[in-house]
Write a protein of this length. Structure first.
Length: 256
C-alpha cells in the first residue's frame, strides 16, 4: 500500500510563552533547544540586538548569575532579518533556488517532496530532520515578527518563542508598528502563560512571595525608586526589573 501524501504535516507548530520577568520563559526555550539538540534536530535560535547579553545567546538567570544556563543564538536587528536568515537556510536544505518559489508561499514540504527528501514512516510521508526556530524576547522585535512566525509555520518550521505580555506600566506590550505580544500569542497553537514569585521587598531582606503576573521597573539597580509612567518604555537592563503581584505593582504618574 502506497504512503498517504495527505498525512504529511505541512505546517509547523507555534508555541508561545508569556509572563513577567523571572517566570522561566527563557529557561523553557533553553530546555527546548537542548532537548532538540540531543535528537539531532535542526535548530536556529534568535535574539534581538537589543538583548543585553555580552554574546548573542538565550540565557536564563532564574536562579541567579551563579547558576545561569544559556544556548547560542543569532543576533538580528528586526523581524525581516530573522525571516531572511531562516528562508536562506530552508532554501539551502531543500535545494530550492528560485526566489519566486518562496515568495509564492509554497510550503517547504512541497519542495522536499519534489526533491525526494521525504521518508516513509508507518504509511505516511515525513521530511526529516525537522526545522525549529526559537525566538527569545519577542517584546524587543517589531510588529513584523507576527507575520514572520506565521510565514515560518506555513513553510513547515516549528516555532518556539517567549516574551513579556505586559510592559512595566501593566499595559499590553505593544511592539513598534502596533501589534501586541498578546496578539502574537493569539496565533499560537499553544499559548503557555507563566508566572513568577513576587520579589517586592516588604521589609529589608523579606519578600512578598505571592504569585507574580506583572513586571515592575525601577530607575536604579538598588530598586529604591520605581520607574514613572512617562519614562522610556524599553530599557534593556534586566537588573532594573522585578516580578511583582497585583497588589505591589506601582507606576507613579500613571493616573495623574
Amino acid at each position: 500500500m502506497s504512503p498517504k501524501l495527505e498525512n504529511i504535516v505541512s505546517e509547523g507548530k507555534k508555541i508561545i510563552y508569556t509572563g513577567p520577568m523571572c517566570a522561566s520563559k527563557s529557561l523553557q526555550l533553553v530546555h527546548h533547544y537542548k532537548q532538540l539538540q540531543a535528537l539531532s534536530q535542526t535548530i536556529y535560535a534568535f535574539v534581538h540586538a537589543k538583548n543585553d547579553s555580552d554574546t548573542p545567546c538565550i540565557v536564563s538567570r532564574l536562579n541567579g548569575e551563579t547558576s545561569k544556563v544559556s544556548v547560542p543564538a543569532i543576533s538580528v536587528n528586526n523581524s525581516s532579518e530573522l525571516l531572511s536568515k531562516v528562508e536562506s537556510e530552508l532554501k539551502r536544505y531543500s535545494g530550492v533556488t528560485s526566489e519566486s518559489h518562496f515568495k509564492m508561499g509554497v510550503r517547504l514540504i512541497d519542495s522536499l517532496r519534489h526533491q525526494n527528501k521525504l521518508v516513509e514512516v508507518r504509511g505516511s510521508l515525513r521530511w526529516n530532520p525537522q526545522f525549529y526556530v526559537i525566538i527569545d524576547e519577542l517584546n524587543f522585535f517589531d510588529s513584523g515578527i507576527k507575520k514572520a512566525i506565521e510565514r515560518m509555520s506555513y513553510w513547515g518550521v516549528n516555532v518556539f518563542a517567549g516574551g513579556l505580555e505586559h510592559d512595566y506600566r501593566k499595559e499590553l506590550f505593544t511592539l513598534e508598528g502596533g501589534v501586541t505580544v498578546s496578539e502574537i500569542a493569539g496565533i499560537a497553537d499553544s499559548h503557555r502563560k507563566l508566572t513568577a514569585l513576587c520579589q517586592y521587598e516588604v521589609l529589608p531582606g523579606i519578600y512578598c512571595g505571592e504569585e507574580a503576573e506583572y513586571t515592575m521597573r525601577f530607575r536604579d539597580e538598588a530598586h529604591t525608586e520605581p520607574s514613572h509612567y512617562g519614562d522610556e518604555l524599553i530599557i534593556p537592563n534586566k537588573k532594573l526589573y522585578v516580578p511583582v503581584c497585583r497588589m505591589h505593582h506601582v507606576v507613579p504618574g500613571k493616573f495623574d
